[in-house]
Write a protein that binds this ligand. Structure first.
Ligand code: G16
Ligand code: MG
Length: 220
């Protein structure tokens, strides 16, 4: 039986990827580097410093650690500025209703987001009250695909990983959930998430709550 649901943030609860894109794009333009939507897609679910590495590699650029830190910081300051504009339009359609329905069934809810800005985003979108536990990039040592972020969430909720389901839109996050011994639902398509045991695009149409919550329940 499923007793807890752990949600990634970007691409699962809301969409922040466009704001990440704009902030990285500004930084890249200022440096004279190439950056486009395809590269941006590769940054999904990846921590900030690792994202910068992807952009540097794409451009064949090497930098010293101090300069990297400086640029990652600059990008984040701009990202936070852009986040001031975020509102309910950025919510994944039906997510509030879905989480509310899970809560009504007694399912505990946690966030497992690589973003160090996740707490501020939840607040801005008035979602904080829906989460029983929040684990972000600030609380972990090893990023996804390591299962640490979701195992920590399960621990905070006091629920065994076997009784948890993870919702993820990035391959690294799907891997993290599976490594943690949890059920995983990919948010996307089989093409974008080939390793996800099941995928959904619509939280109402594609999910039957009874079926979802019984995953892992021994037959009879
Ligand atoms: C999110 C985004 C990533 C971003 C990462 C770190 O992860 O998907 O693109 O690079 O957070 O964000 P920040 O720079 O705010 O710490 P998730 O796990 O919520 O999908
Ligand atoms: Mg994500």
């Amino acid at each position: 039986t499923i007793r807890a649901a752990l949600f990634d943030l970007d691409g699962v609860v809301c969409f922040t990827d466009h704001y990440h894109y704009l902030a990285w794009k500004e930084m890249a333009d200022a440096q004279g580097w190439d950056f486009n939507e395809t590269i941006n897609h590769q940054l999904r679910g990846i921590p900030r410093e690792a994202s910068l590495e992807v952009i540097l590699n794409h451009n064949g650029v090497t930098l010293d650690p101090q300069k990297k830190q400086e640029l990652a910081h600059l990008k984040n300051e701009r990202y936070k500025e852009l986040l001031q504009q975020i509102d309910s339009d950025a919510l994944y359609p039906g997510i509030v209703e879905f989480i509310t329905a899970l809560r009504e069934r007694g399912v505990k809810i946690a966030l497992g987001s690589s973003s160090k800005n996740a707490g501020a985003i939840l607040d801005k979108l008035s979602l904080t009250v829906l989460f029983d536990a929040v684990v972000t990039g600030n609380d972990i040592e090893k990023p996804k695909p390591d299962p640490e972020i979701f195992l920590k969430g399960a621990e905070l909720l006091g629920i065994h990983p076997f009784n948890c389901v993870v919702f993820e839109d990035a391959e690294s996050g799907v891997e993290a959930g599976l490594q943690g011994g949890m059920k995983v639902v990919g948010v996307g398509t089989p093409a974008t998430l080939p390793n996800a045991p099941t995928v959904v695009r619509d939280y109402q149409k594609d999910i039957d709550l009874d079926t979802l919550l019984q995953i892992g329940k021994p037959a009879r």
